[in-house]
Design a protein around this ligand. Structure first.
Ligand SMILES: [Zn+2]
Length: 431
């Protein structure tokens, strides 16, 4: 039905034609051949999956499509504790009140590079000339062809996991598998909450999913980012040092730890305008700008996850633009033939974890829709710009006052006492 509909829908045809015209200018392609590409997936990728991909792609560019449209909405920060005069807040206590701009953009509008690459492959079986880009495309095709059914099996009963297990399972079976490196770091402080077991033979951490003998391709470690004078703390998971994955703090939403449907609903709704995820996203974007000034753009993503859905936030620390995606169901919608993982969620994950290769950065017209973070954090913006770090970021909450404030705190008679104190070691003749 969907293919037929596409042929009849002139809007869709225009979108595809336009994409084809725009696409190759960004991604130079060549016809896939086994000898050159050294990877049979480009030749053997089945047509059944091509058709499913074709349908799923509508969600990224066609707001009229029947199965759900993924939009990006710019956010403006109204109030926050990003530059509190007294102390820097940990992410768990980050406060950030936002309002939404009335304009929204299609998710595909900032991932034209990635979509172009995929559409050219679907259309002509061509692959990017650039080796890294071809590798990135191969990651998606391999996941869909070789792995998805097994990984979908592991992500079947997501509501049974505690939040730390949840981020580990979804990263191990989705984000990590689609990234150029399968390595990721889980917050070591979460170890006690998840199983934290290791395979005796390989010494690799055991994946908390239901599959037997499943190991994590990542490990536990230090995931702290920021600076204790401003927003800082441990993110749940860091994928390949490039993308932050965060699950909302359930305790903040409900005191009960029981996994009831009500709780699940609360968790999913808490993905929208989530202050902790926004704070992590902003800090990470500034950190990336500082660590990798060579990057093409600094629109950096942070993925929020619950047992049912994912959401993507993107912050650009050059243009001060903050975007929030539509909530994307992890299951249902367009599922592959043998499992019910949402193919749209897989594509979103692939685009986001590989944003370095697949994202074009903010569009020109987005640049006017400021998040107002620069204004909000003005007093401490220099810390966000130049003093953030990754790893060994203390969780200290004590306060160091600036020199000016210190002067005000002195009692006038203390100055006199200080003068008196200097006399202690003076020779009698100097007094
Ligand atoms: Zn597993």
């Amino acid at each position: 039905m969907s293919s037929k509909r596409r042929c009849e829908d002139s809007n869709n045809i225009n979108v595809y034609k336009k994409t084809r015209m725009d696409g190759p200018s960004n991604v130079k392609t060549r016809v896939a051949s086994c000898d050159n590409d050294n990877d049979r997936i480009f030749l053997e990728f089945p047509n059944s999956l091509v058709n499913a991909l074709n349908i799923a792609l509508d969600s990224f560019m066609d707001e009229k499509n029947w199965m759900g449209y993924i939009a990006l909405v710019p956010l403006k920060i109204i109030n926050s504790n990003a530059a509190d005069g007294h102390e820097g807040f940990p992410f768990s206590k980050a406060y950030c009140c936002t309002e939404r701009y009335t304009t929204q953009y299609s998710f595909g509008s900032i991932f034209r590079k990635g979509l172009s690459m995929l559409i050219e492959f679907i259309l002509h079986r061509t692959t990017p000339e650039n080796k890294q880009e071809r590798f990135v495309l191969g990651k998606l095709l391999h996941y869909l062809f070789d792995r998805m059914d097994t990984d979908a099996e592991a992500m079947k009963n997501m509501e049974t996991y505690m939040e730390t297990e949840l981020t580990a399972v979804i990263t191990n079976h989705l984000f990590g598998k689609l990234s150029t490196s399968t390595l990721f770091t889980i917050d070591k402080h979460c170890k006690g909450n998840s199983r934290g077991e290791r395979n005796i033979k390989t010494n690799k951490p055991v994946c908390p999913c239901e599959k037997t003998d499943c190991e994590l391709s990542g490990d536990f470690g230090d995931t702290s980012i920021g600076n204790w004078k401003v927003w800082h703390g441990n993110v749940d998971v860091m994928v390949n040092n490039e993308v932050v994955v965060a699950s909302p703090d359930v305790e903040a939403e409900s005191s009960s730890t029981e996994k009831s449907p009500v709780n699940v609903k609360l968790k999913s709704s808490s993905l929208t305008g989530n202050p902790q995820i926004i704070a992590q996203n902003i800090v990470f974007s500034f950190l990336q700008k500082h660590r990798h000034p060579e990057n093409d753009n600094f629109l950096c993503p942070c993925i929020g996850v619950t047992s049912k859905d994912i959401v993507v936030y993107l912050y650009d620390s050059i243009y001060d633009v903050l975007l929030e995606s539509t909530i994307i169901p992890l299951h249902g919608m367009i599922a592959s033939p043998n499992n019910n993982i949402n193919l749209v969620a897989v594509l979103v994950s692939w685009l986001v974890v590989n944003y370095k290769y697949l994202c074009d950065g903010v569009m020109e017209e987005m640049k006017t829709m400021k998040a107002d973070f620069f204004q909000q954090a003005e007093a401490k913006l220099s810390i966000y710009e130049a003093q953030l770090k990754a790893g060994e970021v203390g969780n200290a909450c004590f306060t160091v006052y600036t020199r000016d404030i210190l002067k005000n705190l002195h009692h006038p008679s203390l100055v006199e006492l200080k003068k008196r104190k200097r006399l202690i070691f003076m020779e009698p003749s100097e007094k």
